[in-house]
Ligand binder design. Structure first.
Ligand SMILES: C[S@@+](CC[C@H](N)C(=O)[O-])C[C@H]1O[C@@H](n2cnc3c(N)ncnc32)[C@H](O)[C@@H]1O
Length: 247
């Protein structure tokens, strides 16, 4: 199911302008450089695959996302394959050496069944020994405490209008944080407000579901400089290898 915010063509046109200076870019582009066939799941506007191509990747680069509006931005790059789907629906079979899921998209998998179905499809999509690299926010870091309406980012849209964007937390319930994202401009009668729920799984729970799905965790970092994860780390960055099929 595509997200309402990500399914809006106008808001999708602002996404890259709101995501400049990404700390994860160098990390993922380097990983992609060593894999001949790469699948980016929840690729959004496709920026990371585009950067990998610009950096000289000559192999298969494929991006998949359920949101048509985000893919419309991605399709500006015709030297990459774009697929509108979720991973379980796409049915890839042993086609990729590396699967990535970036921009904390893994946190949109809300239920245990969603996570299990996703990881089973990821396992099937990879060649034996292939890797799945992704990150989730460390719940112990409590990133949502910084998502407050006084932290406003301004961007210019295609027509030169200034748009102000801010976040606010609507609810924290156990592992689930529901956040609103508000877009406002003096040129509009009223702001546009989207709402999204994210799941914050601790590293121990992630390791458990990965092992159950037939993955072996090869690498774990707490930040994009590959520093080791500590309880206070912002990120849980994981590189998991496709092991034998789970029983
Ligand atoms: C925050 S964006 C990240 C986009 C891109 N990966 C990046 O790093 O810029 C989250 C993306 O996940 C996609 N998404 C939402 N639910 C998804 C699902 N179940 N499977 C795959 N992608 C999903 C959204 O459409 C959106 O493009």
């Amino acid at each position: 199911m595509a997200d309402r915010l990500f399914d809006d063509y106008y808001l999708a046109s602002l996404y890259d302008r709101l995501s400049v200076d990404r700390g994860d870019e160098q990390y993922y582009v380097q990983l992609m450089a060593s894999a001949p066939r790469v699948l980016d799941v929840g690729c959004g506007t496709g920026t990371l695959l585009h950067r990998a191509r610009l950096a000289g990747h000559t192999g298969r680069l494929c991006g998949i996302d359920p949101a048509a509006a985000m893919l419309a931005q991605a399709r500006r790059h015709p030297d990459i394959e774009w697929v509108q789907s979720t991973l379980p629906e796409a049915g890839f079979l042993a086609e990729f050496d590396l699967l990535v899921m970036t921009g904390h998209a893994f946190q949109t998998l809300l239920t245990d069944d969603d996570v299990r179905a996703f990881l089973a499809a990821a396992h099937r999509a990879l060649v034996p020994g292939g890797h799945f690299a992704f990150e989730t926010r460390n719940p112990r870091h409590r990133a949502w405490e910084g998502w407050t309406p006084d932290d406003v980012v301004e961007v210019c849209d295609d027509r030169g209008r200034t748009v102000r964007v801010w976040h606010d937390v609507a609810e924290v319930r156990g592992e689930y944080v529901t956040v609103t994202e508000t877009y406002a401009s003096d040129a509009w009668p009223e702001p546009v407000v989207g709402r999204e729920t994210l799941r914050f799984l601790p590293a121990e729970a992630l390791d458990h579901v990965l092992a159950a799905a037939g993955f072996v965790v090869d690498e774990r970092y707490g930040d994009w400089d590959r520093s080791l994860m500590t309880p206070a780390s912002r990120e849980i960055i994981t590189v998991a290898r496709r092991g034998p099929d789970p029983r």
